[in-house]
Design a protein around this ligand. Structure first.
Ligand code: CA
Length: 228
């Protein structure tokens, strides 16, 4: 099922979009402002974002910039602003497509289908050999070898899986839910305590100072990020 995050502050339009999308078997989350949108996108990663540029708390351009700090989700901008400067700015900061209000539902749905088709190809989840070197340790994902200060570090299969998801998304926030679903399965998506325990183990094994991690970073309440 395709999950759409609708970011829009006009209740009648939100209702119309939600009804039409749900009727076509989309899963729909709605956010009336930018902050809610960013929190929802981290907690329930969408497959595509429909984003109004005129929001009450922040400019939609700012929402795109912040989302692009950690996510490659396709973003379809929906806006009453028709000038080409604004369109270009939205595309420049990372939007994928743009539709101007008023629009027909048929056109919106066609653009949405096109945008969500891109989802599966954007995350670099390929099997290319990945060797990551930091000042303290190195990790070879293909050979499943971790070394720190010249010594092999033993990691459990679960620790490997968690580390691998973070490394393959390095520099980007991976939400708690994404990690739990990926490593433990979808029925475990609320067990954030698992993440705390396993992240603490990984830090003890890999970080020079586990209490001040430099590579396995926590974004409180949101998720984790790997930095080299
Ligand atoms: Ca608006």
């Amino acid at each position: 099922m395709t999950r759409v995050l609708v970011v829009e502050d006009e209740p009648p339009l939100v209702r119309a979009l939600a009804i039409n999308l749900k009727a076509r078997a989309y899963e729909v989350d709605t956010a009336p402002d930018g902050i809610t949108a960013l929190q929802l996108a981290a907690a329930y990663p969408p497959d595509v974002v429909l984003l109004d540029l005129g929001l009450p708390d922040m400019d939609g351009i700012e929402v795109i910039k912040r989302l692009r700090g950690w996510s490659r989700v396709p973003i379809l901008v929906v806006s009453a602003r028709a000038t080409s400067d604004e369109k270009i700015e939205a595309l420049d900061v990372g939007a994928d497509d743009y539709i101007t209000k008023p629009f027909s539902m048929a056109e919106l749905l066609a653009r949405l289908r096109a945008a969500s088709r891109r989802t599966s190809s954007v995350l670099p989840r390929t099997e290319e050999p990945v060797v990551i070197r930091t000042r303290e340790f190195s990790v070879d994902l293909l050979a499943k070898k971790a070394r720190r200060e010249g010594r092999d570090i033993r990691l459990t299969p679960t620790e490997w899986h968690l580390l691998e998801v973070l490394i393959r998304n390095r520099g980007r926030l991976v939400s708690q839910r994404q990690l739990l679903q990926e490593v433990w399965g979808s029925t475990y998506h609320t067990r954030t305590n698992y993440l705390r325990v396993y992240m603490a183990q990984l830090r003890r094994k890999l970080e020079a100072d586990p209490s001040r991690p430099r590579h396995l970073i926590t974004a409180p309440g949101m998720g984790y990020r790997f930095e080299t």
